[in-house]
Design a protein around this ligand. Structure first.
Ligand code: FAD
Length: 361
């Protein structure tokens, strides 16, 4: 084996890539693994940073707890669902953990043993010749491998270059506003629907002294749609967000059909959002990323050949794919204005909203 020929090169060290690398390195310490990642504090993954119960279960299964440095202030127990068109508003219980997403990713990465070489660079090119994949980075480095793991998120270069097909993506845009007297009027966590500006949902999340307002918008005219929705939200709550501290944008996958979920093919495996593993109804993707990372590591540890690894990985992800398919159905219901109107009107599963004196509003 020449120095830069690796057993596997993992592109992306988000939750999927970090969990895969840590699991596989622990189970097969003899494997020569390389992890490429382009993320840093200046270019963090834009995210709401809410850890759903499924992701919490996975951490528990890995005997992991979360250090306080990963948690964000405040912790939240409910989502305030607001429909800007109908004016309806309902409160529903939720069991998320509010986190600093960058700190969470670094925490997962800290579990990757030293035997895995981590290179801070973006993969810019992948070519295959005679079963060997050559990956080039923006730093001018070249690495060769027989197996490529695409863990590079919603805009996966690995999936685009080697598989061709990418699922539908929205442009997710979010702005961070410092807390002010005006934003004190806003809910701690809200899910916003506004059919006039997007056929998807948006969110408001308080985090460490800021309020995040973000949403997913059709690529064409996304910035104008974001601004129009922000103005409508300001009018609804009678507030001004003020000047944002920062604005972030990136593609976010919205799977629409079964073939959007793809585990890849022998020698080129996809995990996390690169495989389309994200909830179409809520954009919750951290749990599926971690889960698919574990599932691929398990397939690698047990598989006797690349065809066998691929077969095992497909088998392992069957339940996950079925669950995410149901989320496509859920999205169709929630994003339908009429159905949403009647669900919210019924008040099913909602929490009574009380005023300062405990009287139901
Ligand atoms: C705005 C927004 C809000 C969200 N909020 C939530 C939420 O609150 N809760 C939740 O569960 N999910 C949320 N999601 C979804 C969630 O962030 C993703 O589904 C999840 O992060 C996917 O994990 P991953 O490891 O597959 O990919 P990512 O987390 O996207 O990680 C990919 C990694 O690959 C790196 N990378 C990409 N391309 C290259 C390259 N060419 N070379 C090297 N490295 C590369 C990136 O820097 C990154 O570190 C949100 C998504 C968006 C866009």
């Amino acid at each position: 084996m020449t120095d830069n020929l690796w057993d596997a090169v993992i592109v992306g060290a988000g939750p999927a890539g970090a969990v895969f690398a840590a699991e596989l390195a622990h189970r097969c310490p003899q494997k020569k693994l390389l992890l490429l990642d382009g993320q840093d504090r200046e270019h963090p993954k834009p995210c709401g940073g809410l850890l759903a119960p499924d992701a919490q279960k996975l951490l528990a299964g890995l005997h992991l707890t979360l250090p306080n440095t990963v948690l964000a202030d405040p912790q939240i127990f409910a989502v305030d669902t607001v429909d800007l068109q109908s004016g309806q508003r309902r409160l529903y219980q939720r069991h998320y953990l509010n986190m600093d997403r960058y700190a969470f990713d670094r925490y997962l990465l800290s579990r990757v043993p030293d035997t895995v070489r981590i290179v801070r660079a973006r993969c810019t090119e992948i070519k295959e010749q005679n079963g060997i994949y050559t990956l080039k980075t923006n730093g001018g480095q070249t690495f060769r491998t027989t197996d490529v793991i695409g863990a590079d998120g919603g805009n996966s270069r690995v999936r685009r270059m080697l598989m061709g097909h990418l699922p539908y993506t929205y442009t997710a845009i979010q702005e961070w506003y410092p807390e002010s007297a005006d934003t004190a009027e806003l809910p701690h966590y809200a899910c916003i629907f506004d059919a006039e500006t997007s056929d998807s949902c948006s969110w408001l999340i308080r985090k460490n002294g800021c309020v995040i307002f973000g949403g997913a918008f059709a690529k064409t005219g996304c910035h104008a749609a974001f601004e129009a929705q922000r103005a409508r939200l300001e009018a609804y709550f009678g507030i001004r967000f003020g000047t944002p501290e920062k604005r972030e944008a990136c593609p976010v996958t919205s799977p629409r059909r079964i073939r959007d979920f793809t585990p890849g093919r022998p020698h080129v495996y996809l995990i996390g959002e690169a495989a389309g593993f994200i909830s179409a109804s809520s954009f919750e993707g951290i749990s599926s990323a971690m889960q698919s990372g574990r599932m691929l590591a398990d397939a690698f540890a047990k598989g006797k050949s690349s065809a066998d690894i691929f077969r095992l990985y497909r088998k392992n992800t069957r339940g996950l794919r079925a669950k995410l398919l149901c989320k496509i159905g859920k999205r169709a219901i929630l994003c339908n204005s009429t159905l949403r109107f009647w669900i919210m009107k019924s008040g099913v599963q909602s929490i009574p909203r009380l005023d300062g004196e405990g009287i139901r509003i």
